[in-house]
Ligand binder design. Sequence first.
Ligand code: KG4
Ligand code: ZN
Length: 333
Amino acid sequence: MILAFDTSCDDTSVALLKNKNYVNLISSQNDIHGKFGGIMPEYAARSHTETIAYLTKEALEKLNASMSDIEYIATTVGPGLLPSLLVGVSFAKALAYSYSLPIIPINHIEGHIFAPFFGKKLEFPFMALVVSGGHTHLFLIEGIGRYKIIAKTLDDAVGEAFDKVARILDLGYPGGPIIDKLSKTGESDRFNIPKGLGGKKNLNFSFSGTKTAVKNLVNNHSNLSTTDKIDIAASFQKSSIDVLWEKTKDACRENGVNKIAVSGGVSANSYLREMFATECKKEGFELFLPRREMTTDNALMIANIAQFKKSRATYDYFSVEANPRLKIVNYNR
Ligand code: KG4
Ligand code: ZN
């Protein structure tokens, strides 16, 4: 049985995994950060500290388990916000020390990448599109630990753009789920929001221009109605998600890959899920999407990848450290 923690950003999450049995508890801090329109790192860390022990107790109770059933502890060690990461890492180390358990340090992005395969057989190679608040990356995944960066955003991450656009349109926080919901009733072809680096051979992404286009629209039109705002949100969503598909498709063709795994908070987006499914069918690509509870930050994705990283388990607790800028292993073929 693996006990896993993720406190990389603003969600406190604890998971337990044993074979097909699992519990995945996520405590959102949206109420705290919503007032500020963005994440306040110190408040995030305080809230993790207040919550993590209770969540752990609840997770054990839910699976009728006790600490003596735990074989491994896994924790996200980076990347993320340092004050947030420190809470999960310190808690995991303290528990591991107290119960003499091995600890498996996990890269949060590696957790996202493999989340679509939870409960399924891993199939290599695949193209991983990781779309979250901090990442917009395409990785060629050829095995566990065999990752190659194919493309990344040159400026904002796509989730960050969703959050900023929601703020510009005064729609609330976090922007992704709100824009997703509102867009369902909006006209996505009413406003021309340019696709960042769309139609280019280059596979990298750019979302700061997309966000600025929305800003300019708002600045140039006083008295925008609610319908106008919803249509702008829908147009922004379509433009951003369409460019994600364009680049992912090109990356697959260029690398001779026909499997796509999309992950990270933005993979919860309903338009993305439907559109990728339709387009993958047309292209003859196989699509892997995470179940919704494994899209945004969660500890089950950490427990999931930890199953394949048991060889990295250590009793040298001092070697397990939080690293806000932790890179995913890159290798050259
Ligand atoms: O993976 P995640 O929980 O945290 C990071 O590692 O960054 O991703 C959070 C991001 C936020 O920017 C949020 O607005 C976005 O994912 N997001 C969405 C949706 N749900 C969350 N974006 C678009 N549509 C959604 N339904
Ligand atoms: Zn994440």
